[in-house]
Design a protein around this ligand. Structure first.
Ligand code: 13P
Length: 341
């Protein structure tokens, strides 16, 4: 393990004013996203769409890294430049999702575990040759009447720790993502309790597996009421509850926390991140690794029409810029112009 290289990459990924674009939707997930705009989900359409994102002029001012999917890291620009090289040349660090998705857990109804450890060492070597500098593994924790169980939380924590160990062994910075889902009617206190328990278990396992904390990043959910709970917490309440949990659990030598958006709207997500950075008195960088919160308005602007590419890129640039402002608590709401340059 090259500790210095891991530390440098992790630090670069959470450089002030910058965050990560999660463009690693699996084949099933990208189809769901394309269905919302009536675009056929083919590898070529995925390529065209992701090229739109990657080629956005100036995106590198706000985007430090992009998480790619297995299909995407093997694709190229129209000019034949592999996406990973194209991004690196632009100053954006390419990364790769290495888990193979969450599946139903045997004997534990309503709960999931993440697959992908088999053969992971070999795949990491290949991804490294393809240009990846960091990796991501997502675990999913669902909430319900009698769930999550300790068995589910601890098993997912163990898998995350093993993934992180293999990743660091290959000099790839692991992004450890234990996502407590927002689905359900639970209140914010319940989310706080489950997020605490999950992160506690994850960091216990990461310690046991001797993970080098300065060379990893954490990608958590924010503490948040269930989507179907009408009693909505505001940005400040979400930020306070989230930071309370993080301060109790996350060691200070983890360089950064890169939040997922989890289904909140782009505006809500930027608002939560901003509120956290406004009250920032923490050891780690508080940044973003958004999928939907960066891409939803871009997809809507693009709609699969080549004539809309320029407009969609302006929308992406604006969203990235607003999240960049939220990195330092300077987001003051939406701006009208599509391109702040
Ligand atoms: P969302 O921001 O859409 O939740 O996606 C982030 C992600 O990478 C989930 O694994």
């Amino acid at each position: 393990m090259n500790e210095a290289a891991l530390r440098d990459t992790a630090k670069e990924l959470v450089a002030p004013g910058k965050g990560i674009l999660a463009a690693d939707e699996s084949t099933g997930t990208i189809k769901k996203r394309f269905d919302t705009i009536g675009v056929e989900s083919t590898p070529e359409n995925h390529r065209i769409y992701r090229q739109l994102l990657f080629k956005t002029h100036g995106a590198e001012e706000f985007i430090s890294g992009v998480i790619l999917y297995d299909e995407t890291i093997r694709q190229q620009t129209d000019e034949g430049v592999p996406f990973a090289k194209y991004l690196s040349d632009k100053g954006i660090i390419p990364g790769i999702k290495v888990d193979e998705g969450a599946v139903d857990m045997v004997n534990f109804s309503g709960e999931k575990i993440t697959e992908g450890l088999d053969g992971l060492r070999g795949r990491l070597g290949e991804y490294k040759e393809l240009g990846a500098k960091f990796t991501k593994w997502r675990a999913v924790i669902s909430m319900g009447d009698a769930i999550p169980t300790d068995v589910c939380i601890n098993m997912n924590a163990e898998l995350l720790a093993l993934f992180a160990a293999y990743s660091q062994e290959a000099d790839l910075v692991p992004i450890v993502e234990p996502e407590v889902l927002m689905d359900g009617t639970h209140d914010i206190q319940k989310s706080e309790e489950v997020t605490y328990k999950t992160l506690k278990s994850v960091f216990k396992k990461l310690s046991e597996y001797k993970i080098y904390f300065p060379g990893m990043l954490l990608k958590p959910n924010w503490v948040h009421q269930g989507k179907d709970n009408p009693d909505k917490a505001n940005d400040k309440q979400i930020a306070e509850a989230t930071l309370k949990v993080l301060k109790e659990v996350i060691p200070p030598d983890v360089p950064g926390i890169v939040f997922l958006s989890g289904g909140d709207s782009p505006e809500e997500s930027t608002g939560h991140l901003n509120a956290m950075n406004e009250m920032d008195d923490v050891a780690w960088q508080l940044s973003f690794s958004f999928g939907r919160a960066l891409q939803e308005p871009v997809l809507k602007a693009w709609k699969g029409d080549p004539a809309n590419i320029e407009l969609a890129q302006k929308v992406f640039y604006k969203r990235a810029k607003l999240n960049s402002l939220a990195r330092s608590g300077k987001y003051e709401g939406e701006i009208e112009e599509e391109n702040g340059k």
